[in-house]
Design a protein around this ligand. Structure first.
Ligand code: ADP
Ligand code: MG
Length: 257
């Protein structure tokens, strides 16, 4: 029996800054519907790893495969790997959605424009199509009435929900979240986690860097604990949170729960 290719397959990612290796060979397989939380101390390489997956950072080594299609990479002569084809990279970036800690909305565009721009430029959707999709998603995240507002008229929690809607508008196969609630006032964290929990319940494939341990334990199918650029512990949440084999992981958890 041949197995269907994984939603995302990442093999042996290394990343070097100068002569410091911050990722020392990280591999991961996400099957459809997997929610993989990535936890670890500040500086352990979580953001760098996520950013390598859609080439916001250039890995120095490794392979990235999306549903069996491998991203063609070649050496850039400076120790990094670059996409061979701009077009393939653009398509991959639409298929692997990224949600940033700092939302990264376009400040001078309305919410509706923020959500329609990528759909039109990258997916080639018509204006009407893009607006219809944006409006559906704005209703989903509970912000339809804000469609003509500008980002700075919204709270951080609302901006992050918009950023999630913008990512969803591209119909990504995998979504990456880098500490999506870390920039928010505590009282705004839950509205974002609720949206993410709904996405998990819908069966979306997600990689989530987070310090929200209870959330990670609840929604994850797998949890990855990174330490100094290596996977130090990996497994289902009950194992990683309940009975980790790594002493460093235990230590980390005891200071974060
Ligand atoms: P985390 O997200 O887990 O806090 P990062 O991925 O941001 O960790 O960083 C991992 C390591 O890489 C840290 O030691 C950090 O200082 C280093 N690093 C990150 N970005 C750069 C950069 N642009 N240049 C040099 N070192 C960097
Ligand atoms: Mg980080």
């Amino acid at each position: 029996m041949t197995q269907a290719p994984a939603a995302l397959e990442v093999v042996n990612i290394h990343k070097q800054y100068g002569d410091v290796e911050v990722l020392k060979g990280i591999s991961l397989t996400a099957q459809d519907g997997d929610v993989i939380s990535i936890i670890g101390s500040s500086g352990s390489g979580k953001s760098t790893f996520l950013r390598c997956l859609n080439l916001l950072e250039h890995p120095s080594k490794g392979e990235i495969e999306l549903r069996g299609e491998s991203l063609a990479l070649s050496a850039d002569g400076k120790g990094g790997l670059r996409a061979v084809e701009r077009r393939q990279l653009e398509r991959m970036r639409a298929r692997i959605g990224f949600v940033f800690q700092s939302f990264n909305l376009w400040p001078h565009k309305t919410i509706l424009d923020n959500i329609t721009l990528g759909q039109r430029q990258v997916l080639g959707r018509s204006k009407d199509e893009a607006i219809a999709r944006a409006e559906t998603l704005l209703k989903k995240v509970g912000l339809y009435e804000k469609r003509h507002a500008y980002p700075n008229q919204l709270s951080g929690g609302q901006q992050q929900r918009i950023a999630i809607a913008r990512t969803l508008a591209m119909d990504p196969e995998v979504m990456l979240f880098d500490e999506p609630t870390s920039a928010l006032d505590p009282e705004l964290v839950n509205e974002v986690l609720t949206v993410m929990r709904d996405l998990a319940d819908e069966g979306r494939t997600m990689l989530i860097v987070t310090h929200e341990m209870r959330f990670a334990r609840d929604v994850s199918s797998q949890v990855m604990f990174l330490h100094q650029g290596r996977v130090e512990e990996y497994g289902p949440p009950d194992q990683v949170f309940g009975n980790p084999s790594s002493a460093r992981c235990r230590e980390f958890l005891s200071s974060h729960l």
